[in-house]
Design a protein around this ligand. Structure first.
Ligand code: NAG
Ligand code: NAG
Ligand code: NAG
Ligand code: NAG
Ligand code: NAG
Ligand code: NAG
Ligand code: NAG
Length: 481
């Protein structure tokens, strides 16, 4: 009898203990913090860690896709009509980008490396072979004409040379030539006067199997939020390198580095040496990638906004004070004065007039915005698409009859989509982490549940113990009679 009630009271005590522990764990938030710090400890670049291996050799395949704009009315454009273009693509390359020459610095808080990129053509993911022909603006000619437009004597020499070789405002080249380089006869001729000039032109010339300079990254050892963030690029701080004229413009899209984000209020910084600066992105919506929950971040329109809206874009007004309007970044100082202007594809999010100026532009959020999807718990990159368009600034230059009566227009040449989707092995790892997190995170609630169940058992037993006493008291007289 004594043993029995002892058991019953123990049940009561345990029930109370579980309830108190569970509730205080929930209130103190210890477990979520514990899980978080477990995850944060994994997010650091150190020799041998999984994060380091994924950073050094990204496991998921990265694809670079190009969409060209084929000009359909070159003669009419020279007569002052609106250009008409047809989008042609994709031409897809698999991009390999291992980190090389990796060296840890400053007690493991930083790591230096170069990011070598190699592009391998994927015929089965492309619209046609690299030998497909594209008619587009003759960028070397446009650059040379812009450069010498105010020196009438040199200009007339160049102009008559161009007539003799039948070069004009437009050129027809293969996809491979436009991207990876071709010998340009005008540049070659100029080389006899200016030997330091390169006679090869290509949008991604010298970018294959090469790197764009020395990076120093934070390892995340001091703060996991700095994980793989660019500290310096070619010795310059990542914050204001657009002001330098050494920046590389179309030398590859690169160095997007993501730091883990946990909240929707976070700002995501991406380094982009082809824009000669870092960009940032803000939370837009929840997404699911291969069953894994993620937050989608997109660059807000202010990133490309005009000066009135975003004064920090002053670095893109070249020459100073000469600004183009929302949605465009003039990166000519990065490319030896070539009048190259970057924008989102189809002038998405840019001033409407740019899309209206060219027949064939159909800006569309889903296809043309840059997106980055991140798993909030781990900061793992789930999916990303970096989309950007290369344009040439075209205008009538009176000293060059080659420009005819062309309108002043920001002429689209090609846009690219550099994208990646998390690989299945990483999805597996993420699922394990997520399950662990859910189990560990729910321990306090399990304790409370257990407390409630035991409490119920305790009450039931208490009542049962009392009931027999009273019934026994009633029965006794019956038995004795
Ligand atoms: C990482 O460790 C391996 C083996 O211990 C060593 O060979 C390698 O050089 C180290 N890498 C770096 C970047 O320190
Ligand atoms: C490097 O780390 C060690 C051990 O963590 C510490 O004792 C030392 O002071 C650190 N050195 C520097 C330069 O931070
Ligand atoms: C890039 O370089 C690699 C190796 O050097 C080569 O196999 C590949 O075909 C090149 N890609 C292009 C687009 O030229
Ligand atoms: C682009 O236009 C040119 C000129 O009309 C044409 O020869 C070429 O075949 C077109 N390119 C493609 C891939 O359709
Ligand atoms: C980028 O390309 C230019 C030539 O177009 C070249 O001079 C420069 O060295 C390249 N930069 C890097 C880092 O590859
Ligand atoms: C800058 O952009 C804003 C919003 O798009 C617009 O109202 C303003 O007129 C623009 N300013 C200039 C100078 O283009
Ligand atoms: C890249 O973006 C384009 C549109 O901008 C889209 O058609 C294409 O499917 C995207 N590629 C990948 C691999 O997501």
């Amino acid at each position: 009898m004594l043993l029995k009630s002892c058991c019953i009271y123990s049940v009561g005590v345990f029930s109370l203990l579980f309830l108190i522990t569970g509730i205080s764990l929930v209130l103190s938030n210890v477990f979520p913090h514990f899980v978080q710090s477990m995850v944060e400890k994994e997010i650091v670049l150190k020799n041998g860690s999984e994060a380091f291996e994924a950073w050094e050799n990204p496991p998921a395949p990265i694809y670079m896709q190009f969409y060209f704009f084929n000009v359909t009315n070159p003669l009419e454009v020279l007569d002052g009509e609106r250009p008409a273009v047809v989008e042609i693509g994709p031409y897809t390359y698999r991009e390999y980008r291992p980190m090389e020459q990796v060296n840890f610095l400053d007690n493991g808080t930083k790591v230096s490396a170069v990011n070598t990129k190699t592009y391998i053509f994927q015929r089965n993911m492309s619209r046609g072979p690299e030998s497909d022909l594209i008619r587009t603006v003759n960028i070397p000619a446009m650059t040379v004409m812009e450069k010498f437009k105010d020196e009438s004597f040199v200009a007339s020499l160049i102009s008559s040379y161009m007539k003799s070789t039948d070069e004009g405002l437009f050129t027809t080249r293969t996809v491979g030539e436009l991207l990876w380089g071709y010998e340009d006869s005008l540049l070659k001729a100029l080389q006899t006067v200016k030997p330091e000039l390169d006679d090869v032109f290509g949008l991604f010339y010298k970018n294959n199997a090469s790197n764009d300079g020395d990076y120093v990254f934070f390892t995340g050892q001091q703060n996991y939020k700095d994980f793989a963030r660019v500290d310096t690029w070619n010795g310059k701080s990542s914050l204001n390198w657009w002001s330098s004229d050494e920046c590389n413009m179309i030398n590859g899209t690169n160095g997007a580095s993501f730091h883990p984000v946990i909240t929707k209020n976070e700002t995501l910084y991406m380094f982009s040496s082809d824009l000669c600066r870092s960009l940032y992105a803000l939370y837009e919506e929840d997404v699911t990638v291969k069953g894994i929950p993620g937050y989608r971040f997109v660059p807000p329109s202010e990133v490309f906004a005009n000066l009135t809206v975003n004064p920090s874009n002053a670095g893109f007004c070249v020459p100073p004070g000469n600004c183009l309007g929302s949605g465009l970044l003039n990166v000519s100082p990065c490319k030896q004065g070539a009048p190259i202007i970057m924008s989102p594809p189809h002038f998405y999010q840019a001033d409407e007039r740019f899309a209206q100026d060219v027949f064939g532009m159909k800006p569309n959020k889903e296809q043309h915005e840059t997106t980055i999807d991140i798993n909030p718990l781990t900061g793992f990159l789930l999916r990303a698409a970096k989309r950007m368009q290369v344009n040439v600034y075209v205008e009538k230059i009176p000293t060059f009859s080659q420009t005819g009566n062309v309108r002043t227009v920001v002429f689209p040449v090609v846009y690219l989509n550099e994208s990646v989707v998390i690989d299945d092995a990483s999805v597996g790892k993420l699922q394990v982490i997520t399950v662990e997190k859910n189990v560990v995170g729910n321990i306090p609630f399990m304790l409370i549940g257990l407390g409630i169940v035991l409490g119920g058992v305790f009450m039931f037993l208490m009542c049962r113990q009392k009931v027999p006493e009273s019934t026994a008291a009633e029965r006794q007289p019956l038995l004795s009679s």
